[in-house]
Design a protein around this ligand. Structure first.
Ligand code: SAH
Ligand code: DHB
Ligand code: MG
Length: 243
């Protein structure tokens, strides 16, 4: 088999991104990416092609409401919004925002609000809730909210807990994408002491054992190195428990 190296992945990623996603001056996506450096935020947003991939998945699943766990500067949020046709999509009759995105850090939330506003996305269209995601998710459950598409991308240590709560916010057919579940293949090491790796391993065991989803993992290479997305589709719902 022909092996490639990281330089080839990056070159190809750059090539495909400029082919498929030509950037324009004052593009809100580029501005959001640039905001990471400007505000000294970690450069861990999804790559442009990964973002466009999420957007097409949102469209393919005909999702109307999207939940994101881990906003950072809102770069992935912009792509999820694009898949929903936001801004511009008619507001749901319920008056609920099409996107809810959860972020722990007020500083990140502040930058994300700016990036969403630059793209013309209002707080009515995309609601940003600040605080520990477990608490925000519990709150959403207590409000009886539900979502068609979920992107899990916050602290890897809590992915298994997020998964349980997200199920309570799902309908049959809800698609759950979870980022960074390969981690350069480190997740194959059962003796790993890396808490992110251990968190992902716990999450993978959980989705494997769950009677409520059908799942797979797609490995990825590119400008973010070797990683992968888990995809889970909800097939049956857990009975409603009181939280
Ligand atoms: N989805 C973003 C990247 C998210 S990075 C993108 O691709 O553009 C992970 C984010 O999760 C960080 O902003 C971090 O502050 C946030 N986070 C970490 N722990 C969290 C928690 N317990 N609750 C909510 N958000 C958390
Ligand atoms: C990390 C987190 C991410 O969400 C990501 O896409 C890449 C790296 C990290 O915490 O290392
Ligand atoms: Mg990620």
């Amino acid at each position: 088999m022909l092996a490639t190296d990281a330089a080839t992945w990056i070159k190809t990623d750059t090539h495909l991104a400029s082919l498929l996603l030509p950037s324009t001056p004052s593009d809100p996506f580029d501005a959001a990416l640039a905001s990471h450096a400007r505000f000294n935020l970690p450069e861990i947003a999804v790559s442009p092609l990964q973002g466009a991939f999420l957007s097409t998945l949102v469209r393919a699943t005909r999702a109307r409401r999207v939940l994101e766990v881990g906003t950072l500067a809102g770069y992935s949020t912009l792509w999820l919004a694009k898949g929903l046709g936001v801004p511009g999509a008619p507001a749901a009759a319920t008056g609920l925002p099409a996107i809810v995105t959860l972020e722990l850090e007020e500083k990140h939330a502040h930058v994300a609000r700016e990036n969403l506003a630059r793209a013309g996305i209002s707080g009515q269209e995309a609601e940003l809730r600040v605080g520990p995601a477990v608490e925000s998710l519990r709150q959403l459950v207590s409000e009886g909210q539900s979502f068609d598409f979920v992107f899990i991308d916050a602290d890897k240590q809590s992915y298994a807990d997020y998964f349980d709560l997200v199920l309570q916010l799902s309908r049959v057919g809800t698609t759950i994408i979870s980022d960074n579940v390969v981690r350069q293949g480190k997740i194959t090491d059962p003796t790993s002491k890396d808490e992110k790796v251990v968190g992902v391993q716990r999450f993978l065991k959980k989705i494997q054992a769950s009677p409520f989803v059908e799942s797979s993992v797609l490995q990825t290479v590119g400008c973010k190195g070797h990683d992968g997305f888990a995809i889970s589709v909800v097939t049956t719902l857990p009975s409603k428990s009181r939280l």
